[in-house]
Design a protein around this ligand. Structure first.
Ligand SMILES: NC(=O)c1ccc[n+]([C@@H]2O[C@H](COP(=O)([O-])OP(=O)(O)OC[C@H]3O[C@@H](n4cnc5c(N)ncnc54)[C@H](OP(=O)(O)O)[C@@H]3O)[C@@H](O)[C@H]2O)c1
Length: 329
């Protein structure tokens, strides 16, 4: 009879919308979960769910076989993982220094191509005995809570598509540990190649996401002007080839005027900007992605107008010129 490998110990660094959902699902599935968050409230909620709370990121990472880093930007992720801080502020203990030999660090925030490559290089230089996995997430709050996101993974050493798979005992153990953890938080992991490929695909997927969301928001604005509500728009689409579940969910939020955050507009604007930057770095100078460029500008303006913390579906309200305050976030 095949023996089940012991469950790896996991750390989750960053308990925002996505990190909290992952930590909760891992705790529910019986993993030993260590957590850290900059502000204490989300960690307290996770403690009640069985996670062990640490005062600093290095302390949470130290006992872990697999570390999930679910922070916001390249700068923030570097700060926490490498212990870098701007100016004269005292540097925190670095996660890199605390990692167990043979452990795997999964960078899951959407931090862009340059940010991912620089982080992978820096971690490799500091800790060649640790496995780096570029593992951004496709999916939002609901799918994360239901362990139904897709992980767009890539690594130079782990996973089925690593270009130079290292099949030593340590890599085999890390591979198995990573697979167990990803299985507990996602519906699927797509391995895409050497470290950085996951982030490249994430930017591709996000270009689609922001285009769909902006399309839904403008469609709902047009429908309203022509005398229809969001529910009637969905009824007209339902069952046909344009009726994506994502469109249904966002039309429902618009219909209910419920802009509670599943994906914050500020992160949507960031992601549109990262996709655009990636294209500009990769394509001939005379070519452009005109719609994504417009969305990046528009969503940034929406964020600056007070919608930054609201869901990306609040672009509907922004397009109608409604003030951002006065509606529950
Ligand atoms: N939400 C989605 O639908 C979704 C989907 C796919 C990918 N993503 C990406 O995943 C990442 C996380 O998204 P999210 O929605 O979970 O974001 P979120 O809810 O805003 O959480 C952000 C997390 O980062 C921490 N953080 C922010 N600035 C920090 C700093 N300077 N130092 C230390 N920690 C800091 C926050 O800590 P505090 O609690 O202390 O603020 C929090 O734990 C982002 O890159 C996002 O683009 C999001």
């Amino acid at each position: 009879m095949a023996t089940q490998s012991p469950r790896p110990v996991v750390a989750v660094l960053g308990l925002g919308i996505m990190g909290s959902a992952f930590a909760r699902n891992l705790a529910k599935a019986g993993f030993e979960v260590h957590v850290w968050n900059r502000s204490p409230e989300p960690a307290r909620a996770l403690q009640a769910a069985g996670a062990r709370v640490h005062a600093d990121a290095a302390g949470a990472a130290a006992p872990a076989d697999v570390v999930l880093c679910v922070l916001t930007t390249a700068e923030v992720s570097r700060g926490v993982i490498l212990g870098e801080v701007a100016g004269d502020a005292p540097a925190p203990a670095s996660v890199a220094a605390a990692l167990r030999p043979g452990s795997a660090l999964l960078q899951m925030g959407t931090i862009g191509i340059d940010g991912t490559q620089a982080l992978a290089r820096a971690l490799q230089a500091a800790r060649p005995d640790v496995f780096f996995v570029d593992a951004p997430i496709s999916g939002s709050k609901g799918p994360a809570e239901n362990a139904a996101v897709t992980i767009l993974a890539s690594s130079d050493t782990l996973g089925s598509s690593a270009p130079q798979p290292v099949r030593g005992a340590r890599a085999e153990a890390a591979d198995a540990a990573v697979a167990q953890v990803l299985e507990a938080i996602s519906r699927a992991t797509v391995w895409l190649g050497g470290a950085g490929a996951g982030t490249r695909m994430k930017l591709v997927v996000n270009a689609w996401l922001v285009a769909v969301m902006q399309g839904v928001a403008e469609t709902a604005v047009l429908a309203r002007a022509l005398g229809f509500d969001a529910g009637q728009v969905w009824a007209a689409l339902e069952g046909g080839p344009l009726a994506a579940p994502y469109v249904k969910a966002k039309l429902a939020k618009i219909g209910a005027q419920d802009f509670s955050t599943e994906m914050a507009l500020k992160w949507g604007a960031k992601d549109a900007g990262l996709a655009l930057q990636a294209y500009r770095q990769s394509a001939p100078a005379e070519l452009e992605l005109p719609v994504i460029a417009q969305i990046a500008t528009l969503w940034q303006a929406g964020a600056e107008a007070g919608y930054a913390e609201r869901d990306i579906s609040s672009m509907y309200a922004y397009l109608l010129g409604e003030p951002a305050d006065g509606r529950p976030a």
